[in-house]
Design a protein around this ligand. Structure first.
Ligand code: Q46
Ligand code: ZN
Length: 300
């Protein structure tokens, strides 16, 4: 098969676009997609300070690399979640990349800095590790953005992630979630941040090709707590559909964003206040991060 752009031998086929590319033209297509997503959705400009959340996985590593190469003003942030060797290995990957490319990186360690243990907290509170982890990550992203004067937070969510989230939200008729789902989550308060997903039209596979072609080191293993997650089941189901009908995921997500989303409204108007302990913005008297820290002090 020939590359649709330069007619040289193709090495990558993208069935959903009915296209094939050589390595060079694939990278051109990839960069164009990212730049188009940023501009079309007014995510950020060249002079905005962007905090890029990185985990060491292929998606966030691809995002970090492409934004840095395109000249955006990015600083990466990595959180060591204290999940055994998985966390240590991912931290190494991220630190190596920053060092090799001379890029700024902020590292937070939830055990060492805050005494938080996701496993212990999830057992004590009878909550899933991912729900505890989500609370901690959301808080720290906002805190780091606030303390360091960033204007936007970017994450490596891809088309597969977004389509799986959409399927989950539809199966549960999560009206508020559906109203909010999209590549840009606007800022709702001076202390919360605009959150953007520049890779939302690119698949996991395309991100994988990007890191492989650029010889970017990444962590191949997934977080051990992701095993059995509902989102993985949704991804598998969507992959089956995609296999039989290429383009399904893209039609599902983009069709929703363009035609479906407008029919959903945020149900409640949440009032934001200051946490009585840390002063950061929250919906309750004390924010969930400070409550976790207190529980953690009683169990350790
Ligand atoms: S890191 Fe955290 Fe994920 Fe691991 S514990 Fe769950 S939420 S699966 S993106
Ligand atoms: Zn607080």
């Amino acid at each position: 098969m020939k590359c649709i752009r330069c007619k040289k031998k193709a090495v990558i086929t993208l069935k959903r676009h009915n296209a094939a590319f050589c390595a060079e033209c694939f990278l051109h297509y990839y960069r164009n997609q990212v730049l188009k997503n940023i501009q079309k959705n007014k995510m950020f400009k060249k002079d905005d300070r962007v905090l890029v959340v990185v985990s060491g996985g292929k998606d966030s590593m691809a995002l970090w690399d492409v934004l840095a190469k395109e000249g955006y003003n990015v600083v990466a942030m990595y959180i060591n979640l204290g999940i055994g060797e998985y966390s240590n290995r991912s931290q190494k990957v991220v630190e190596n990349f920053a060092k090799k490319n001379n890029l700024p990186l902020i590292v937070k360690n939830i055990k060492e800095e805050f005494g938080l243990d996701i496993y212990k907290l999830s057992k004590t509170l009878k909550r899933s590790p991912c729900s505890v982890c989500g609370t901690i990550k959301r808080y720290l992203f906002n805190k780091v953005a606030y303390d360091n004067g960033f204007s936007v937070i970017a994450t490596g969510h891809n088309l597969d992630d977004e389509a799986a989230t959409l399927l989950g939200n539809i199966l549960n008729w999560g009206e508020s979630y559906l109203a909010r789902q999209g590549p840009v989550l606007p800022q709702t308060h001076p202390e919360t941040y605009k959150k953007v997903k520049p890779l939302y039209t690119l698949t996991e596979k395309e991100n994988m090709y990007y890191v492989l072609l650029n010889k970017i080191e990444f962590l191949h293993e997934e977080c051990p707590y992701s095993v059995g997650a509902r989102s993985i089941l949704y991804k598998e189901l969507l992959n089956e559909l995609e296999e039989k009908s290429p383009g399904t995921k893209q039609r599902f997500l983009i069709g929703f964003l363009e035609n479906g989303k407008k029919h959903f409204k945020e149900v409640e108007n949440i009032e934001l206040k200051e946490c009585k302990t840390c002063g950061h913005v929250t919906t309750t008297e004390e924010c969930s991060f400070c409550r976790l820290t207190k529980v953690s002090n009683t169990v350790s």
